[in-house]
Design a protein around this ligand. Sequence first.
Ligand code: UDP
Length: 327
Amino acid sequence: MRAVVTGGAGFIGSHLCDHLIARGHRVTVLDDLSTGSLGNLVQAQGSPGFRFVEGDVLDRDLVDSLVSEADTVFHLAAAVGVYNIVDNPLRSLRVNLHGTENVVESAVAHRVPYMVASTSEVYGKNDADGLKEGDDRVYGPATKSRWSYAAAKSLDELVAYVHGVESGVPCVITRFFNVVGPRQTGRYGMVVPRFVDQAMSDEPITVYGTGTQRRCFGSVFDVVPALPLLMDAPEAYNQAVNLGGHEEVSIKGLADRVVELTGSRSPITFVGYEEAYGEGYEDMQRRYPDTSLAARLIGYRPERDLNDIIRSIVEHRRTEGPVPEPV
Ligand code: UDP
């Protein structure tokens, strides 16, 4: 099988490449290296049949030519990270809207099964206990740029879904809940690599807001194997499927845990949202996934707890050094 992985030089994408290659698949990566890095693909580069193409998902002809040669497409290319979205709202919208449209339209035209990566952000301010795939979404106004990511990803889901239903080409939508692990950079906002970097350099740990907001972090090593399994599960077609972890923690609790597991001397500091993200930022108080649909479809059971996840990131940083800068 030849798989095209858009965003394959990024955090989740590069782990997916390694996973597919280990299972004997040939992989083509399309990535513009805007936030991803070739350093994430060192392992993949040496494998037979691996191909890296530097390019943009907004380049319709390029997308079409790669998809036309593929047996399956995993679309992970996106503008991600809160700082990135808030700093570059227009570019983020373009990539997240038209990039997905290009990939999905090519996949449907060539009848290639496709997966579109989505996010728990689509639930917006809904902080129900155990968010289910069919739950309501609550967004803030367009003037608060944080919501542009949620809105664009919601439309991506619609594009993927409607094309899937109308064409009969297999389509799966995956909703990632705070997926973390080695190779993720904290440069664009993601809290776990930021705290680990701060702790390992004995710098102050920056808890935003009161630190009482809660998240449930999922390990990339639990989530990635689920992606090809879902593509092979016809009952998953035309569905959005939550994927994430099972252990919930407050952000202050996360900071304590990182300090403890790294043996750091870092103090924990509290930073106001406005200082962190600029004016008008709205944070989610809670975001916890119900992953029973994935459990039913493919037997999904996240195995790594928060300590495992933090340790895997710390270990990687100790052996490989800081996550490489984008070129
Ligand atoms: N956060 C924090 N310190 C940081 C970066 C993030 O306290 O240095 C907080 C952030 O405000 C949010 C949580 O950690 O409440 C998770 O942030 P992240 O950007 O990782 O994911 P998301 O907000 O999308 O859940």
